[in-house]
Design a protein around this ligand. Structure first.
Ligand SMILES: [Mg+2]
Length: 241
């Protein structure tokens, strides 16, 4: 018999994203001898948001679900997009860091800051405590699928860096699927992969919009990952006979 599927989110479910971005920004500021308090981190995040949102090419479906803090370390070079779109996106990180450093009153080199962020942010791609064991346990009686929003280069790099790639039989990245997670198009792509009578045990994710909508549109049970309900305990939600 084909085992039931568990569909799992990546960012802030298996690995940290928001907190890792803040920690990496603080570490960059520290390296540049800039006071790295919460306010300074907020200033960098605001500058990153401004730069990203002002870019007219961020609606391209390959990158439409890339967050401004993710755009600081995403690699846009090899994405299957027209050259003018790639050109508009490459360099976003340096431009955002220039804005941020200006806002912080620093004349530090934006290129140096951008490279430091990439290095420091990569080092923070570490699964939350208990995630590996939870995947191991769930994987004994389920097929594990990953469903994540973002561009293929960054999401697949994160999966590789996390050391979790081998755990998943299928990986759905919104930029590759061509539809954001939570839309009917994304759910249809997942459903079409449920061949040979596969059923879904549950969807796990932290987002009350994208992850919940994937579960709702698919008609599948949803386990919301929060500070209280960690993925480490997800196996307890299995209701398979
Ligand atoms: Mg998430």
């Amino acid at each position: 018999m084909v085992p039931p599927v568990v569909i799992i989110d990546l960012d802030d479910c298996l690995i940290p994203d928001g907190t890792a971005a803040r920690a990496a920004i603080a570490a960059v500021l520290d390296e540049l001898s800039i006071t790295a308090d919460e306010q300074a981190v907020d200033t960098v995040l605001a500058a990153a948001r401004r730069e990203w949102r002002e870019n007219r090419q961020i609606t391209h479906r390959e990158v439409e679900r890339v967050a401004s803090w993710e755009a600081l370390w995403a690699d846009f070079h090899d994405l299957p997009m027209p050259p003018e779109v790639v050109d508009a996106l490459v360099g976003n990180d340096v431009r955002a860091w220039r804005l941020a450093l200006d806002d912080l009153g620093s004349s530090a080199d934006a290129q140096v800051a951008a490279l430091a962020f990439r290095r420091l942010r990569r080092a923070l791609v570490v699964p939350f405590p208990g995630v590996e064991q939870a995947l191991e346990s769930l994987g004994e009686r389920h097929e594990l699928w990953l469903a994540t929003d973002g561009c293929r280069s960054l999401q697949r790099a994160k999966i590789a860096l996390s050391g979790l790639a081998d755990r998943f039989a299928r990986v759905f990245v919104s930029g590759e699927v061509g539809h954001p997670k939570g839309t009917a198009g994304f759910t249809d792509a997942v459903r079409a992969a449920l061949t040979d009578g596969r059923t879904v045990c549950f969807v796990a994710g932290d987002s009350e919009t994208t992850d919940l909508l994937l579960a709702k549109t698919g008609g599948w049970p949803f386990v919301r990952i929060t500070d209280e309900v960690r993925f480490a305990g997800a196996a307890a939600f299995c209701r398979c006979p």
